[in-house]
Write a protein that binds this ligand. Structure first.
Ligand SMILES: Cc1cc2nc3c(=O)[nH]c(=O)nc-3n(C[C@H](O)[C@H](O)[C@H](O)COP(=O)(O)OP(=O)(O)OC[C@H]3O[C@@H](n4cnc5c(N)ncnc54)[C@H](O)[C@@H]3O)c2cc1C
Length: 402
């Protein structure tokens, strides 16, 4: 019979392994399901059979070798491999679902290998709202403290005044420099303010657009190394679908396709396809996370492009989160600066006084005619009281039915 060693690992004889291998896959699955359902106290018998069975299948190491098995203290994880293995054993989908992970036996120092490729890790799941929908979340990891004073300290050099500390800049002077910086073509001081965001629950469609901004640095969750354990639950539903009733055939179609893709992705990963290849199946709207650091000049410029009616709706959601995060960042004594910064982010026409996307390939804009009329009349955006900028936030603003 299998014997347990003092270190908690198990030895299984060749004969035992042979007997265990005779357990059919269906039975193995059934035993495992029983374990998961009943949360049995001692999963050893069921699980090691399941593992050994899978281990010695052709997609495991393929060697009928004695197994090394070791449970962690609460028996939720199991370690195992046979000495004859050329690769770490392959864990079957049913074992994975119960969060059994492999670890190397103590004499080996290799990194855990759970799937076909050593460089594969579990991606931390995204967090949907209570209605099951993923919505963008933004956190500021770091932002230049006393941002407008820092900006003004640099700008004072235009006037030959070396300022050694932002504390030497009175509020009035910081506000004045911000006004001058925005009104005239002197945006360089804004580059002294850095903002580092963490963004979650956005689509890869969004990040593909985002990284076109070259004056920024990004680190994005990898789909080569990070395996999504529940990809089907991490696909962001676009507004034109999420606004449909749950039994609308178009929404049903979307959900069916997403489920099937998620199932196929899992099946490929679980049968040894590296994540970097299986990811090819995932839809453009798969949810993702990234770090994004840029400076205030670039962020303002970017807001012009991406708060424009032409930009995709997801941008407006993310910008709403950027602004919320900026407004609540830092000590209360600096909030006047945060508020002024948040007020800088506007659609491009509100920054330049005219439509900057009038090309025929551009999309419909609900306010373009009014903006143009003001531009030709010489009005500045501050006087555009007849235009409601909130219409630009509507998900369908750039669409016009034929
Ligand atoms: C509504 C909208 C629709 C779009 N549609 C498409 C599309 O269909 N297809 C597509 O491919 N892209 C599309 N884009 C992306 C667009 O083409 C730009 O790549 C993106 O907006 C980044 O802008 P940028 O290159 O001006 O600036 P960034 O890279 O953000 O740089 C900011 C500024 O820095 C300066 N700068 C940066 N790098 C250089 C450099 N190497 N040389 C000189 N100056 C530099 C420029 O002044 C630039 O304006 C779209 C963008 C928007 C806003």
């Amino acid at each position: 019979m299998a014997t347990q060693k003092p270190d908690g690992s198990w030895d299984i004889s060749d004969e035992e392994a042979r007997q265990i291998n005779e357990i059919s896959e269906a039975e193995s699955q059934q035993r495992h399901d029983q374990y998961v359902r009943n949360n049995m106290d001692d999963p050893l018998d069921l699980v090691f059979r399941s593992i050994v069975h899978n281990h010695t299948r052709s997609d495991g190491c393929g060697v009928n070798c004695p197994m090394y098995l070791k449970f962690n203290h609460d028996k939720t994880h199991v370690t195992g491999c046979g000495p004859g293995c050329v690769s770490w054993f392959y864990l079957s989908p049913q074992v994975e679902e119960a969060t059994f992970l492999s670890e190397p036996p103590e004499e080996q120092t290799r990194e855990v290998v759970r799937w076909a490729d050593e460089a594969m890790f579990v991606a931390k799941p995204l967090t949907p709202d209570t209605d099951g929908q993923l919505r963008p979340e933004v956190t500021i990891i770091h932002m230049t403290a006393d941002p407008l004073r820092v900006m003004a300290a640099a700008a004072q050099m235009y006037e030959g005044d070396p300022v050694y500390s932002p504390n030497d800049i009175p509020r009035r002077l910081a506000e004045e420099w911000l006004r001058k910086t925005l009104a005239h073509n002197y945006p360089a001081p804004l580059e002294f303010v850095d903002i580092h965001f963490m963004i979650r629950n956005v689509t890869r469609a969004f990040t593909h657009q985002m990284v076109r901004q070259r004056q920024a640095v990004y680190i994005q969750e990898s789909l080569r190394f990070a395996v999504k354990e529940n990809a089907a639950m991490e696909v962001v539903m676009p507004p034109s679908i999420s606004h449909l009733s749950i039994d609308d055939p178009r929404r049903v179609e979307w959900e069916k396709a997403v489920r099937e893709i998620g199932d196929s992705y899992n099946a490929l990963i679980n049968t040894g396809i590296p994540a970097e290849d299986a990811r090819g199946l995932l839809p453009t709207n798969i949810g993702t996370s990234l770090h994004y650091k840029t400076n205030l000049r670039m962020l303002r410029e970017h807001s012009g492009n991406r708060l424009c009616s032409q930009a995709q709706h997801e941008w407006k959601l993310v910008w709403g989160e950027f602004i919320k995060a900026i407004l609540s960042y830092g000590p209360a004594s600096q909030r006047w600066q945060q508020k002024l910064i948040a007020s800088m982010f506007k659609p491009i026409c509100y920054q330049t006084g005219k439509c900057e996307y009038p090309l025929p390939m551009g999309r419909y804009c609900a306010i373009r005619d009014m903006v143009d009329a003001h531009h030709y009349a010489g009005d500045t955006p501050e006087s555009w009281t007849d235009i409601n900028p909130l219409v630009l936030l509507h998900p369908e603003v750039a669409r016009r039915a034929q």
